[in-house]
Design a protein around this ligand. Structure first.
Ligand code: FES
Length: 129
C-alpha cells in the first residue's frame, strides 16, 4: 500500500482497514443507512438488526479513506450486542480512544462518519417502533 505513515501510527487501524470486520450485508436487516462525507464523497452503508432495544447484529460496506473504514470496522465490533441507549452515548472522545490517535478536525470527520450513520440508523428504528 503506497501510504506513508509515521512509525508510531497505531497498527490496529491499518489492520482493520486491510481486514475489515463485519463487512458486507446482513440479510433481514431492520435498518440500512448510508451516509457520506460531503468533502470527499467517501461513504459507509450500515446494516442494523435489532432485538427489542438491543443491536443483535451490525455490518457495514463502504468506500473511503483508512480512517473512515477502520473506524467503521472497529465500531461494528464494539457495538454488536449492545443496548441502543449505550450506543447513543458513544462520543467523539470514545472514538479517539478507540483509534488510539488524536485527530485533526478533517480526519475526525472521517472517523465520525460511521458513528453518525449508526446514530441515524438507530433513530430511524426507534421512530418506527
Ligand atoms: Fe473521505 Fe476520509 S477522506 S472520509
Amino acid at each position: 500500500m503506497g501510504i506513508h505513515l509515521p512509525e508510531d501510527f497505531p497498527k490496529h487501524i491499518i489492520e482493520h482497514y486491510r481486514r475489515p470486520r463485519n463487512y458486507g450485508e446482513i440479510e433481514g436487516a431492520n435498518v440500512i443507512v448510508k451516509d457520506s462525507n460531503r468533502l470527499c464523497g467517501d461513504y459507509v452503508e450500515i446494516y442494523l438488526k435489532f432485538e427489542g432495544k438491543r443491536i443483535s447484529d451490525i455490518s457495514f460496506k463502504g468506500q473511503g479513506c483508512m480512517m473512515s473504514q477502520a473506524s467503521a470496522s472497529m465500531l461494528t465490533e464494539l457495538i454488536k450486542g449492545k443496548e441502543v441507549d449505550e450506543v447513543l452515548k458513544i462520543t467523539k472522545n470514545d472514538i479517539t480512544k478507540m483509534l488510539g490517535l488524536e485527530l485533526d478536525p478533517v480526519r475526525m470527520k472521517c472517523a465520525m462518519l460511521p458513528l453518525v450513520a449508526i446514530r441515524k440508523g438507530i433513530e430511524t428504528y426507534l421512530s418506527k417502533r
